[in-house]
Design a protein around this ligand. Structure first.
Ligand code: ATP
Ligand code: MG
Length: 414
């Protein structure tokens, strides 16, 4: 299906929640009568989210604005979203029974993590439960090898790759990149292989080997796509990685890149979203090589760390937009209001136990600290993020650099 043009999309303006009745939250949260509301019969009232981490947590204020109730599924009853969600199903992401219970408690099921049982989701979908993005999309994306094969099949440029099993010869010469097929989020499933010692140190896991790209810089973009095929891009942003940990460190919005590169990023993002017949927020990461080539690095079927800046900097946050798309509501404007820099706050080296937040109390109007309320800190665990707004990129970068050293999460052990 073709995405709509920008002008058609402009007509699809958000209602800011005003067109939907929010009164059902109180006192009878799950009452079923539509009397007196403009919500059409059969419309989505309850969204089920597999995963109750910070991404689900950040969807909750938007859900309340839209008049949607949220039930999350998470193995941890103290997960980030537990405090504010209308319901929590405590269960494993691989548990078909837990997913079934979640499906039974919502009108549409979505997810904020990839490592859930896609076959169980497909079964629920086949029985008539609405799953957005689709179970097939999740199944393809959650396996990095299948994801790369999908991109290659659709002529989307990506680094050369091949499947690899531990103990077999590498399919390409060193240096190259090893990636675990599954569960490799936050750089934990990525290793640059420069010599045989690096190869010997790899964990035993089904993997793929990629060509090492000579990266000039990395970009990301979010695409929002509605169930009717309406497609909107968020601004293209620059992502700066922590080279040692392979974790996203800083996001700068907007990116500065040649117009042809920006156009190519948007074009590829559109093609990927349409190839999946995607519904929801799709996050795409890109490499721009020193040779100028634009390659898709990876895609995520959910709101993403590279889009946290949208909470303060865009007319519609990625969290509200994802809910709008999966609930079948009109998409909102993706316009950027100014420049923004977001950086992650990870658990400090050696930090364990109860989190101790340093530098989180601030009253500056241009700095927004989002604490994920995790009960426990570990070194490198994503504990919070900070977004700085400014009139232009350089000012936002300078301000972020000035405040960053003072914002830390230590553990009760120190
Ligand atoms: N083929 C490659 N060539 C060069 N560098 C690479 C390659 N693949 C990955 N990297 C580097 O490693 C980083 C992390 O890789 P990738 O995005 O695939 O993993 P990830 O675990 O999903 O990370 P995250 O969840 O933080 O996005 C990339 O952003 C890039 O800096
Ligand atoms: Mg990545």
């Amino acid at each position: 299906m073709q995405g709509r043009t920008a002008s058609a999309v402009d007509a699809v303006n958000k209602t800011g929640g005003r067109g939907y009745d929010t009164s059902f939250f109180s006192p009878g949260r799950f009452m079923t009568s539509d009397k007196g509301t403009r919500r059409p019969r059969g419309a989505v009232r309850v969204v089920g989210i597999a995963g109750g981490g910070q991404l689900a947590q950040m969807m909750l204020p938007a859900a309340a604005e839209l008049g949607l109730a949220v039930v999350v599924l998470d193995p941890d009853p103290q997960c980030s979203a537990a405090g504010e969600a209308q319901g929590v199903v405590v269960g494993e992401f691989q548990s078909a029974a837990a997913l079934r219970e979640l499906a039974g408690r919502c009108d549409v099921l979505t997810f904020e993590i990839e490592r859930i049982n896609a076959a169980a989701l497909a079964e629920l979908e086949a029985e008539g439960h609405v799953v957005r993005p689709s179970a097939a999309t999740l199944a393809t994306i959650q396996d990095k090898l299948e994801q790369k094969r999908f991109l290659a099949r659709h002529d989307i440029p990506t680094s050369a790759f091949a499947a690899w099993e531990s103990g077999t010869p590498l399919p390409r010469a060193l240096p190259c990149v090893w990636k675990a097929r599954r569960d490799g989020y936050d750089g934990r499933g990525v290793a640059i292989l420069r010599d045989q010692a690096d190869v010997a140190a790899l964990p035993q896991a089904p993997a793929l080997i990629e060509a090492l790209v000579d990266i000039d810089y990395e970009l990301a973009v979010l695409v929002a796509r509605g169930h009717d095929g309406t497609l909107l891009h968020y601004p293209v942003v620059e992502i700066v990685m922590d080279d040692a940990a392979h974790v996203m460190d800083t996001v700068v919005a907007p990116a500065v890149a040649p117009a042809a590169v920006m156009a190519r990023v948007r074009e590829l993002a559109t093609r990927v979203a349409e190839a999946f017949d995607y519904v929801g927020i799709l996050a795409l990461e890109f490499f721009v090589g020193r040779d100028g080539a634009v390659l898709v690095n990876e895609v995520s079927p959910r709101p993403h760390n590279s889009g946290h800046y949208t909470i303060e900097a865009c007319a519609t946050s990625q969290f509200e937009q994802h809910l709008r798309a999966v609930a079948g509501l009109p998409l909102g404007s993706t316009a950027l209001r100014g420049a923004a820099v977001t950086f992650n706050v990870l658990g400090a080296p050696g930090a364990r136990g109860r989190p101790c937040y340093l530098g989180f109390d601030r009253d500056d109007a241009d700095v927004f600290v989002h604490c994920y309320d995790k009960p426990e800190v570990r070194p490198g665990r994503k504990m919070a993020h900070v977004t700085v707004l400014a009139g232009d990129r350089d000012a936002a970068l300078a301000r972020a650099a000035a405040i960053k050293p003072g914002i830390r999460v230590e553990g009760s052990n120190v």
